[in-house]
Design a protein around this ligand. Structure first.
Ligand code: AGP
Length: 608
């Protein structure tokens, strides 16, 4: 969850580290720090709070040197104080370490070090790594290989030592690390967003890899010290897409980028000639797919909501039963999975620890394993045998938006491909494909809703501590997603519920002015939904409905319509979520909150 960067090159390292940390700050923002190898000592600068605090200190106290490491933290062990910020050092100050992850044998190691008389300066598990490295002799790589058997848990670590000038050593077991190969410089970071400004040539480290990185080169060894070769990959990310480009927040920019993100995702997998979907070449063995009898979708958070929509799509179009699991539950519930079960891990980052563990479980059980993922080369990408890349581009705002809608489209593409494999495709499918091609335009229309609509929405929602989001059928997951968006960036409690279930409990919450947000687009169950809305209206609720603007029966009943254009039923989730993203955004802005970096959250959840 934390952001890591390391630099070995010919430039002053602090500006490079701070620039990298700025791009990684979405991974964690409790505290930050840098360490620079000076001529005769490692110099450290750390600050609690946002990166801006560290930057301020860096102006007042320039550290000079061309080798350094930096970190932005999402606290696990120890409060987000300066003392617990990374880099952490050994007692002698000869080794400095940045770390992302959790050491599970923290208590044992801490006890051992304290019993041996080591004075610990922090509450972190990271300091224990620095102390263990500092207690050994020799080149840093050798020390790391010696210490590795003592570390249990998940970690991505970059270390430097005053005794081994010009060298960084990076090693991982769980959270990702990627090396950037530059001109007269090499870097390492927890994700590519920190590197693309300087280089597009990268190496993704595998679990168990230990990399020695200097200005002149990179050597990677396995835990037994044997040199291993890892492919050099060329990134196709445009660094400009990870900038705000004049928008006030990344989240708003990313909401507005959805038409392009969807267009790119559809175009990438559409076979224009056959007017169908072409997922050939994704990596699956067709015989394995022909044998599939059920599907399991595993994910967390917003990606899990996409999977709930995916269940409707795959069951309807491919006539296969679909289970949707929280990855954190799946991995511990002994799921019934084997060669006849297609398992798909859905993840924006491709680095979510629970999703990866669930995917590993499925792979070990012999299931054909796919991923829908937004980051080429990520851990999910490398774990799966078949990969569908959502073409959302870098998503920086912690609240996922464009990744979500591209996941919905990706799941539809998978459903259509399975439909064809199972011999269910008909001429009528062309209409759906055509509607899919027009979908970006519909999203553009949804984005064009006038500002006053959202001003009114903010009035209705922002003064209440709680609200209810209701939907039915394929739009029920969108109610969950709308509620999650509001919760995570505005800190107002919101609950998503199937509208038909509302009478079985949540209706007790309703009182005068209580906001109820409903997904009321044209579906076979709209009348039933309107019936549910009347029930809450008669108890004093304020009603907001996502609906086509010309639906008079909806407009008559509610206080506010969030307008969306009419689209084919299976595509409605993609369009209907847009005004809910915007509503959450405007509420958070009105409340003066940090939209892109909401409290306690991190973009990429790389620990369980
Ligand atoms: C989305 O707004 C969230 N911040 C979060 O729920 C996220 O979707 C979840 O952590 C899963 O992430 P992933 O898609 O990168 O696996």
């Amino acid at each position: 969850m934390c952001g890591i960067i390391g630099y070995a090159g010919s430039h002053e390292t602090v500006p490079v580290l701070l620039d990298g940390l700025r791009r990684l700050e979405y991974r964690g923002y409790d505290s930050a720090g840098v360490a620079v190898a000076g001529d005769d000592e490692i110099r450290i600068l750390r600050a609690a709070g946002k990166l801006a605090n560290l930057e301020e200190r860096a102006y007042g106290c320039p550290l000079r040197g061309t080798l350094g490491i930096g970190h932005t933290r999402w606290a696990t062990h120890g409060a987000p104080t300066e003392a617990n910020a990374h880099p952490q050092t050994d007692s002698g100050g000869r080794v400095a370490v940045v770390h992302n992850g959790i050491l599970e044998n923290y208590a044992t190691l801490r006890h051992e070090l304290l019993s041996a008389g080591t004075a610990l300066a922090s509450d972190t598990d990271t300091e224990l790594i620095a102390q263990l490295l500092g207690s050994r002799e020799g080149p840093l790589l050798e020390r790391v290989l010696g210490v590795l058997p003592r570390l249990e848990g998940q970690y991505a670590v970059v270390a430097l030592s005053q005794d081994d000038p010009g060298t960084l050593v990076a090693f991982r077991n769980g959270p990702p690390l990627v090396i950037g190969l530059g001109a007269d410089e090499n870097l390492v970071a927890s994700d590519v967003t920190a590197l693309v400004q300087r280089t597009r040539r990268v190496i993704f480290l595998e679990n168990g890899d230990v990399a020695r990185i200097s200005r002149d080169g990179v050597t990677i060894v396995a835990g037994d010290g044997q040199v291993v070769q890892r492919p050099v990959e060329e990134l196709d990310w445009d660094p400009g897409r990870a900038e705000k480009s004049g928008y006030r927040h990344f989240m708003l920019k990313e909401i507005c980028e959805q038409p392009d993100a969807l267009r790119n995702t559809v175009v990438a997998y559409l076979d224009a000639e056959r007017q169908g979907v072409n997922l050939d070449g994704l990596g699956f063995d067709p015989r394995r797919i022909a044998a599939v009898r059920k599907v399991q979708l595993v994910a967390c958070g917003t990606s899990w909501h996409a999977c709930l929509v995916g269940k409707f799509l795959i069951e309807q179009l491919a006539q296969l039963p679909v289970d949707v699991d929280y990855a954190s539950e799946y991995r511990y519930r002994s799921p019934l999975v084997g060669g006849e079960t297609l398992v798909v891990g859905v993840s924006q980052s491709g680095e979510t620890a629970d999703t990866l563990a669930a995917m590993e479980l499925a792979r070990d059980a012999g299931a054909p394993l796919g991923t829908i993922c937004n980051v080429r080369g990520s851990s999910a990408w490398r774990l799966a045998e078949a990969r569908l890349l959502t073409q959302a581009g870098p998503e920086v705002g912690v609240a996922s938006t464009k990744a979500f809608t591209t996941q919905l489209v990706a799941l539809l593409l998978v459903a259509l491909a399975l439909r064809r494999t199972r011999g269910l495709a008909t001429e009528g499918d062309r209409d759906l494909v055509t509607a899919l091609q027009r979908l970006p335009l519909a999203v553009e229309q949804a984005l064009a809703a006038p500002d006053e609509v959202f001003r009114r929405g903010v009035e209705l929602v922002s003064e209440h501590e709680d609200s209810l989001f209701l939907g039915r059928g394929i739009l029920y997951p969108i109610a969950l997603e709308g509620a999650l968006k509001l919760k995570e960036i505005s800190y107002l409690h919101a609950e998503g519920y199937p509208a038909g279930e509302m009478k079985h409990g949540p209706i007790a919450l309703v009182q005068e002015g209580f906001p109820v947000v409903a997904l009321a687009t044209q579906t076979a169950t709209r009348d039933k939904l309107l019936g549910n809305l009347m029930e809450v209206r008669s108890r004093g609720a304020s009603l907001i409905a996502v609906s086509e603007p010309d639906a008079a029966e909806v407009a008559r009943l509610v206080d506010l319509v969030l307008p969306v254009p009419p689209v084919q039923h299976l595509l409605q989730p993609v369009v209907a979520v847009v005004p809910l993203q915007l509503l959450a955004y405007h509420v958070a802005v009105e409340l003066g909150l940090d939209v892109d970096q909401p409290r306690n959250l991190a973009k990429s959840v790389t620990v369980e």
